[in-house]
Design a protein around this ligand. Structure first.
Ligand SMILES: Nc1ncnc2c1ncn2[C@@H]1O[C@H](COP(=O)(O)OP(=O)(O)OP(=O)(O)O)[C@@H](O)[C@H]1O
Ligand SMILES: [Mg+2]
Length: 952
């Protein structure tokens, strides 16, 4: 569509003639990019609150008429967020410095594209939200250049998972609480499509954002919380890319842990974006997160102090609209308010409404209660019913709770607004309903506290009923569960046990658990599921799936919960629901394996396999096979691994199994390569291509890093470097913390192979610091780490540990012990030696071969490597064992790892020197010396110099 909705007259400001209007409209039409809507200034000014625009290049004018300013409509943007302060009645008092600080921080974020994080901290009513509002007002003029989004954390229980972020997304996409899932989905798609993202990214971002606003959706068997964070980060980054972005997060003290983790990660990982995250929190927040923002240069915490006496006085006078208060009254009120603007406001209002200072209650809650008590009874009832919903509410909900006709509710709200108890939002988040909020949460809290306890249960039940009716129940699951739990608590307290209510409650709790689990808020999910299980009848068939979900949530939250999964496994197996049992079995196995209990892991994976033995075309069968194959691979039993992965692969042709297929190809590729079959590389490349096509980033990154390992194993170091470079981009963008560590270690390892030791040290410094800060095994005098490595029973972990330990022992002259450890490696045959290459062991086969020679055990190495895959690494190791130094050097040269090459030359030169061939030694040493000098390898240089000196 090419369209010009409206036009502006030329800049010359000359009066518009009809002809000009038409021609301007035509010009806008011509200037409008395909599929874009251009509007003129007037439309822009009147609609910029609801539509997001970007400035378009002025349209060329016809002679004399001036250029036409135009804006391109990007998307409908109904709201900046929920619960915004509207124009306050009283002017801002004080807070000059704080406001200036905020202004300059935002300016800096924009001008330097450096993300800034500011947290306003202070007691209730001190003016945090007001400052947020004042900042937004300062930038009102520049509204078209800034996107301002606001979200608040809810005070229910331990917070509603990521609610504030969900509100931000909803505001950005114009999604209403009352929208059906399909409507919400469509709006989200449009909003994401409007962002500067590639098609792939957009699909991914959309998928990962959906649980924030919609249903739990389908889940893959593996949790991917970090991937979700990466996608959300990508979304915010893209928003900021389009226009500088301010995210205002209210009431952070009620945030769930997940949201706080996300924000911390955002502060850590976002480097280059015009973004300000502005949070408001009460002081208890810092008790919860004492290290909030500690040590980061882009994170600032501003503590709001009480207003001065003078400022408090000014505020009182402004509220009372009096030029000067009587000195005595002023003094008394100022003393009571103690610099808290909310208190000052409430004291002033009660004074206005009730009179005489002497009778005033002591606390602000008392004052507010007195004010509420001063209301007509019907107004008071409306206020209390509204308080059941929360800080933000809608007349329809009040109607449902209090059985008051809607018209009457609306009328009473008008009078409550006049008295400054509530305020109406400019736009509502529920279609067809105006939206209101309490002026301050304390007003809501006091109104709620006044409801007799016996009357609360029924009110919460009705609130739940109202919330449940429209929109997307999944998105509101946690809020709903809160109301049902309260309803249950209060009815139980009054001993009116009610089975229908219990049923509603347990269903709501399960849905809440699912929402939280889908958002990877494991602790919250575990809590919801536990409450649901308590209410769930033992005999109900759906209980077993609840056990599974509860177990998963608990295990992810705190490492417990495997017992629940085991219970479910037994139950499912007993019920002959073999498919489900097998999937749970695989899941249990993985959890045992991650906790280092290899034997139990194997026990369960084998049970899962046995269950699906005669179901050769099932999904669970494929899944169990692939996972079994992966265990074999991790145990360096690559022949078995590739056999099982190959068996699984054809089973993954069925639709909906791409995830398993990617994994199958990945495991097949790696295990084939490690058995010396170079076709493995192609399998891995297929896995990578499919993962990329499906936006399955976790799988993609694992496959990419595995491909890098394979190329390294094959001695193709240049190709390995390229693979790592390719992986880096995906890891940086979508990777989990583990994957980032893996990448860094792989990169450090590359650096070592190239002799860039300082760079490697720098890369590893962070890991070392981490280790020093508390890793249990670091510097453990009893060699605990080593014992642990052995306990894993996985060659790829034990082999490097043993080989390294032996090398160190030998340099210390402890030959016998070194020899014992070396025997252990050799005893497992080529598997163990080859395993030195599977992860980035500290010792390569070349170094190990020289160690073996130093110990005089060459024959054993040759026997061990008899059936080893013919990679340059292992062939070179054989050559060294056969005393064919020249041959080994040729093979090493193929690998193109300068540091290994230099080491091999040094050892060969040593040997030559020992046999008196000093010239040969000198010749061998020349390139090595050059390398050692360049990278300042002091120890090796000393040895080389010693050798050269012998020859002269
Ligand atoms: N500096 C100020 N000048 C004038 N009025 C103020 C000032 N600071 C706060 N107020 C008013 O005091 C009331 C309470 O302030 P606000 O809502 O910002 O508190 P808050 O710190 O956000 O509290 P909470 O922790 O409960 O969210 C509001 O009506 C606000 O307009
Ligand atoms: Mg506030």
């Amino acid at each position: 569509m090419r369209a010009a909705l409206e036009i502006r007259r030329g800049i010359s400001e000359s009066p518009v003639t009809a002809g000009e209007v038409v021609s301007s409209a035509q010009r806008l039409q011509v200037a409008a990019p395909v599929s874009a809507i251009l509007v003129g200034e007037q439309t822009y000014r009147t609609t910029r609150e609801v539509i997001d625009y970007s400035e378009a290049a002025p349209t060329a004018a016809k002679a004399g008429a001036g250029a036409i300013l135009a804006w391109q409509a990007l998307a409908a943007l109904p709201r900046r967020g929920v619960d915004l302060v509207r124009e306050p009645r009283t002017p801002l008092v004080g807070r000059k410095r704080e406001l200036e600080l905020l202004v300059s921080t935002l300016t800096r974020a924009i001008e330097e594209r450096s993300p800034q994080f500011v947290t306003l901290v202070g007691v209730p009513g001190i003016g945090k939200s007001r400052l947020v509002f004042e900042l937004s007002k300062r930038f009102d003029q520049e509204r078209e250049q800034i996107t301002w989004r606001q979200g608040r954390c809810l005070s229910y229980g331990d917070g509603v998972s990521f609610w504030a972020l969900g509100e931000i997304v909803k505001a950005q996409a114009g999604i209403l609480e009352s929208d059906r899932p399909d409507q919400a989905e469509e709006k989200l798609r449009t909003a994401v499509a409007a962002l500067p993202l590639t098609m792939d990214e957009a699909t991914w971002v959309e998928r990962e954002i959906w649980p924030l606003i919609g249903s739990s959706g389908e889940r893959s068997p593996e949790e991917r919380s970090e991937e979700r964070f990466a996608a959300w980060r990508c979304f915010l980054e893209a928003m900021a890319e389009r226009k500088p972005l301010v995210l205002a997060l209210e009431d952070l003290h009620w945030a769930d842990d997940g949201l706080l983790d996300f924000l911390e990660e955002l502060a850590d990982r976002l480097r280059d974006a015009p973004l300000l995250v502005l949070c408001a929190a009460r002081p208890e927040f810092l008790e919860r997160r004492p290290a909030w923002g500690g040590g980061k240069t882009n994170v600032l915490t501003i503590a709001l102090a009480p207003l001065s006496e003078d400022e408090t006085g000014q505020l009182l006078e402004a509220v009372l609209e009096q030029r000067e208060l009587e000195a005595e009254v002023r003094e008394a009120l100022v003393a009571r308010a103690a610099g808290n603007p909310l208190y000052a406001e409430q004291f002033a209002r009660v004074l206005e409404e009730i009179g005489a200072v002497q009778q005033l209650p002591e606390t602000v809650q008392g004052i507010i209660a007195a004010r509420i008590d001063g209301l007509p009874l019907a107004d008071k009832a409306v206020l209390q019913d509204a308080a059941v919903i929360g800080k933000v509410f809608w007349p329809g909900a009040v109607e449902a709770i209090g059985d008051i006709p809607n018209r009457e509710v609306r009328g009473r709200l008008v009078s409550l607004e006049r008295k400054e108890f509530v305020q109406q939002a400019r736009r509502s988040s529920v279609a067809g309903e105006p939206e209101y909020s309490f002026r301050h949460i304390l007003l809501r809290d006091v109104a709620y506290a006044q409801i007799p306890r016996a009357a609360r249960g029924e009110r919460h039940r009705r609130a739940a009923g109202w919330i449940q009716s429209p929109g997307r129940p999944d998105d509101h699951a946690e809020v709903l569960a809160h109301h049902y739990l309260k309803a249950l608590d209060y009815t139980r307290a009054t001993e009116q046990g009610d089975s229908a209510l219990a049923e509603h409650a347990r269903l709501a709790l399960r849905a809440a658990g699912q929402r939280a689990l889908a958002l990877a808020s494991y602790a919250a999910a575990a809590r919801f599921y536990s409450s649901a299980l308590e209410l769930w009848p033992e005999s109900d068939a759906a209980r077993v799936s609840l056990l599974v979900e509860a177990g998963r949530a608990r295990h992810a939250a705190d490492g417990t919960g495997i017992d629940l999964l085991e219970q479910a496994f037994q139950q499912l197996a007993a019920d002959r629901d073999l498919e489900a049992a097998a999937e749970v079995g695989v899941d249990i196995a993985r959890r045992f394996w991650l906790s280092g209990d290899r034997d139990r892991a194997y026990e369960y994976i084998d049970r899962a396999l046995a269950l699906t033995d005669d179901r050769r075309d099932s999904r669970s069968r494929a899944y169990a096979l692939v996972e079994r194959a992966a265990y074999h691979m991790n145990a360096s039993d690559n022949a078995q691994a590739s056999r099982l992965a190959a068996e699984a692969l054809p089973l993954t042709d069925a639709p909906g199994m791409d995830d398993v297929r990617i994994r199958a190809l990945d495991v097949l590729g790696s295990s084939r390569t490690f058995t010396g079959n170079v076709a493995g590389i192609d399998d891995s490349k297929q896995a990578i291509a499919l993962a990329r096509e499906r936006n399955s980033f976790s799988r993609l990154i694992v496959a990419e890093l595995n491909l890098h390992c394979q190329l390294y194993f094959l001695g193709q170091l240049d190709a390995a470097t390229d693979a790592l470079t390719a992986a880096r981009q995906d890891v940086e963008r979508h990777g989990t913390a583990d994957q980032r560590n893996w990448l860094r270690i792989a990169e450090a390892h590359q650096a070592i192979l190239h002799g860039r030791w300082n760079a490697a040290a720098e890369m590893l410094e962070a890991r070392i610091a981490e280790a020093e800060a508390g890793l249990v095994h670091y510097l453990d005098p009893t060699c605990h780490a080593f014992t642990r490595a052995r306990e894993t029973k996985d060659p790829q972990i034990t082999a490097p540990a043993l080989a390294l330990c032996a090398t160190v022992l030998l340099t210390q002259g402890r030959r016998k012990q070194a020899s014992t450890l070396t025997s252990e490696v050799l005893a497992c045959g080529h598997v163990q030696v080859a395993a030195l290459l599977e992860l980035h062991g500290a010792v390569t086969p070349i170094e190990f071969a020289w160690l073996v020679r130093d110990l005089g055990r060459e024959a054993e190495l040759l026997t061990a490597l008899e059936s080893a895959p013919p990679t340059p690494w292992l062939q070179a190791a054989c050559a060294i064992a056969e005393h064919d130094s020249a041959g080994s050097l040729d093979l090493v040269a193929k690998i193109r790892a300068p540091s290994v090459d230099a080491y091999a030359r040094l050892r060969a030169a040593e040997e030559a020197a020992r046999s008196g061939s000093h010239d040969v030694a000198k010749e061998l040493l020349a390139p090595a010396l050059q390398f050692f000098r360049r990278v300042r390898a002091a120890r090796h240089l000393a040895i080389a110099d010693g050798l050269l000196a012998e020859g002269t």
